[in-house]
Design a protein around this ligand. Structure first.
Ligand SMILES: NC(=O)c1ccc[n+]([C@@H]2O[C@H](COP(=O)([O-])OP(=O)(O)OC[C@H]3O[C@@H](n4cnc5c(N)ncnc54)[C@H](O)[C@@H]3O)[C@@H](O)[C@H]2O)c1
Length: 255
C-alpha cells in the first residue's frame, strides 16, 4: 500500500528533472497518487517533455501564478483530468537578479514587488484558485528557505520567503475550518535552476554539509521531496501552519 494511494495532486514548479517538484511528482506517483502538473509560457513545452520522464506521464495545465485569467481558469483546467484534489504543491519561486546577489540596499520596489508577487502572494493565489477542488482532509504544501535569518546573497528573495511563511500561517488559519491543512518544508540548499540563478549561490550552500549534523547533499532533492509527500499524506492530520525543516539539522545548530 502506498503512502498516497488514491490521492489526486496538483504539482506546480516542474521545470527540469532536477526541480524539487519533479521529485515530489515522481515519489507521489510511486506512492499511488495521480498527478497533474502546471507550467506556463516558454517553459510549458519543457515541462511537457519532463512530464514524460515520470513513472506515469502526467498532464500539464497552464498556470502563471501572476495571471488572473490562468488563476480563474485553473479549477476547470484541472477538472479536465481529475474530478477533485486532495493536495496542492506550491514549488514556485522567482526574483529578478537585481534584488539578489548582494544587491539588497540597491533593490528597487518594482523588482522587489515581482519577487513578492511570484514567490509569496502566489501561495494565496494558488490556494484560492484551487479551493473549489479541495475537500476536507486535503493538504497544501510549499517550499521555503529558512526566513528567520539574513543569508549571504539571498537578499529580497529572503524577504519574500518571510512573507511566504507568514502567508502560509494566515492560510492555515482561514482554510483550517474547511479541513484544509497548509504546511511548508524548509529545505537546505539544492542545486536547481532557481538556486543557480541566484548570483553567488555558492555562498549560501558553502559549508552546509559540514554544519549539518546529519550531513547534506546539495545535489539530492529526495529528502525534501519525501517530506512534502509525507505532509500531503494522511499522516499529519492535525498539523497546519507548520514548517518542517529538511536541512540536515542546520536550523537547530548555533555557530
Ligand atoms: N533549490 C533550493 O536550494 C531551495 C531551497 C529551499 C527552498 N526552495 C524553493 O523550492 C521551490 C522550487 O524551486 P526549485 O529549487 O525546485 O527550482 P526550479 O527552478 O526547478 O523551480 C522553480 C519553479 O518556479 C516556477 N515559476 C516561476 N515563476 C512562476 C510563475 N509566475 N508562475 C508559475 N510558476 C512559476 C518555474 O516555472 C519553476 O518550475 C521554490 O519555492 C524555491 O524557493 C529551493
Amino acid at each position: 500500500m502506498g503512502l498516497l494511494d488514491g490521492k489526486k495532486l496538483l504539482v506546480t514548479g516542474v521545470l527540469t528533472d532536477g526541480s524539487i517538484a519533479f521529485h515530489v511528482a515522481r515519489l507521489a506517483q510511486e506512492q499511488g497518487a495521480q498527478v497533474v502538473l502546471t507550467s506556463f509560457g516558454r517553459q510549458f513545452r519543457l515541462t511537457q517533455a519532463i512530464a514524460r520522464r515520470l513513472p506515469q506521464p502526467a498532464p500539464v495545465v497552464q498556470l502563471d501564478v501572476t495571471d488572473e485569467e490562468d488563476l480563474t481558469a485553473l479549477a476547470d483546467r484541472v477538472r479536465e483530468h481529475v474530478d477533485g484534489l486532495d493536495g496542492v504543491v506550491h514549488s514556485i519561486g522567482f526574483a529578478p537578479q537585481s534584488v539578489m546577489g548582494g544587491n539588497f540596499l540597491a533593490g528597487e520596489w518594482d523588482d522587489v514587488a515581482t519577487a513578492l508577487r511570484v514567490s509569496a502572494y502566489s501561495l494565496k493565489s494558488l490556494a484560492v484558485a484551487a479551493q473549489p477542488l479541495l475537500g476536507s482532509g486535503s493538504s497544501i504544501v510549499g517550499l521555503t528557505f529558512d526566513a528567520r535569518y539574513a543569508w549571504p546573497v539571498y537578499d529580497w528573495m529572503g524577504v519574500a520567503k518571510a512573507a511566504f511563511e507568514s502567508t502560509a500561517r494566515y492560510l492555515a488559519r482561514d482554510l483550517g475550518p474547511e479541513g484544509v491543512r497548509v504546511n511548508l518544508v524548509s529545505a537546505g540548499p539544492i542545486r536547481t535552476t532557481a538556486a543557480k540563478s541566484i548570483p553567488g549561490f555558492e555562498a549560501m550552500e558553502g559549508g552546509w554539509p559540514d554544519r549539518a549534523p546529519l550531513g547534506w547533499d546539495v545535489t539530492d532533492p529526495e529528502p525534501t521531496a519525501r517530506a512534502v509527500a509525507a505532509l500531503l499524506s494522511d499522516w499529519f492530520p492535525a498539523t497546519t501552519g507548520e514548517i518542517v525543516h529538511v536541512d540536515g539539522g542546520v536550523h537547530a545548530m548555533g555557530f
